[in-house]
Design a protein around this ligand. Structure first.
Ligand code: SAM
Ligand code: SF4
Length: 330
């Protein structure tokens, strides 16, 4: 039997849970969703707030320290601040964060922060209006920038920007993002493009690797590596002491599976031990058939024990999961 509650057979301990609160989205990013959207889950399939909080409390009892809300676009879930408050009440020490496209943050940043949200990652893939709208298929850069200001004013610091780098699409903006970081103090996280796009257009040649990203930024702004323990992002500060930082999440070129501490729950209550899992554990079924917290804990522990060694993107026998990113919860 494992000695730690959420230990797996490769000696990793899971303490980070991503909860998707909806599969819907108001953007249609080309690297994530098709233009026409997807077949949304009907409401009866979604975990209710009470169900989410019950399951999350079991995870916290098993050692989860960070909960990140995601989706789809999490801010589309009605009454999201209420859910944040309910999650905060499980344990005041939980590191409660959210990943969002930022479109609704100008209205929601303050109520979310007041309800107990601590940190925020906002996805911004271009700093040019026309390109932002080509990537997201929404002309929304100004609105997202307003959202960032509202998040800052609400104290959701440090603000992190997520940028999925796709070769030939936005890789000529790496230095511009680094400059924004220096000017604002925002921490920029470049994410390597992963084969989780619903349109299945991903090709290895479209991935811009960690080393290329760092070299290209470093030739304009020399960088110094920050030792950041087990975080998947490899981080750098500016050598001249300017504010901000850049990081790369090198899922493809330099997978961090050996130290992965993440678990996920989809909006319909399926637990996944990897973004690329091809099996899921149906926690919603346990809740809805009247299972106890011990039943949930046993199912969670058993799933973690079987967590995959890694994602195999770079192997010949790689199999894409059926669900794409917005349906899983990135
Ligand atoms: N809608 C929110 C957003 O965009 O921030 C939250 C959900 S989104 C699925 C979570 C993160 O996954 C975003 O930072 C997004 O850029 C990233 N993402 C989506 N598809 C991706 C892909 N194919 N490869 C790498 N990252 C991806
Ligand atoms: Fe929506 Fe986020 Fe996917 Fe873009 S990345 S389509 S904002 S879920």
């Amino acid at each position: 039997m494992p000695t730690e509650p959420l230990l797996d057979t490769y000696d990793r301990v899971a303490d980070d849970l991503r909860i998707s609160v909806t599969d819907r989205c108001n953007f249609r990013c080309v690297y994530c969703m098709p233009e026409e959207g997807l077949d949304w889950l009907n409401k009866a399939k979604l975990l209710t707030f009470e169900e989410i909080v019950r399951v999350a409390a079991v995870f916290v009892g098993l050692g989860i320290k960070t909960i990140r809300l995601t989706g789809g676009e999490p801010t589309l879930r009605r009454d999201l601040p209420l859910l944040v408050g309910m999650l905060r009440d499980i344990d005041l020490n939980i590191d409660l964060a959210m990943t969002t496209n930022g479109f609704l943050l100008d209205q929601l940043a303050k109520p979310l922060a007041e309800a107990g949200l601590r940190r925020i990652n906002v996805s911004v893939d271009s700093l040019m209006r026309h390109r932002f709208s080509e990537i997201t298929r929404r002309d929304a850069l100004d609105q997202v920038m307003k959202g960032l200001q509202a998040a800052e004013a609400a104290g959701l610091a440090p603000i992190k920007l997520n940028c999925v780098v796709v070769r030939g699409t936005n890789d000529d903006e790496l230095v511009d993002f680094a400059r924004l970081s220096r000017e604002t103090g925002y921490e920029i996280r470049f994410i390597e493009f992963m084969p989780l796009d619903a349109d299945r257009r991903w090709r290895k040649e479209m991935v811009v690797s960690l080393s290329e990203i760092v070299d290209r930024i470093g030739s304009s702004f020399p960088l110094e590596k920050i030792n950041n323990g087990v975080e998947p992002a490899t981080l750098w500060r500016f050598a001249d002491g300017a504010p901000g930082s850049v990081g790369v999440i090198p899922s493809v070129s330099s997978p961090f599976c050996d130290s992965c501490n993440r678990l996920r729950i989809t909006a319909d209550g399926q637990m996944r031990t990897c973004l690329f899992s091809i099996v899921e554990t149906d926690l919603r079924a346990i809740v809805r058939r009247g299972g106890t917290d011990d039943d949930l804990a046993e199912a969670i522990k058993a799933a973690v024990w079987k967590k995959e060694a890694g994602h195999r993107i770079n192997e010949e026998d790689f199999v894409r999961p059926e669900r794409s990113m917005s349906m899983i919860g990135g």
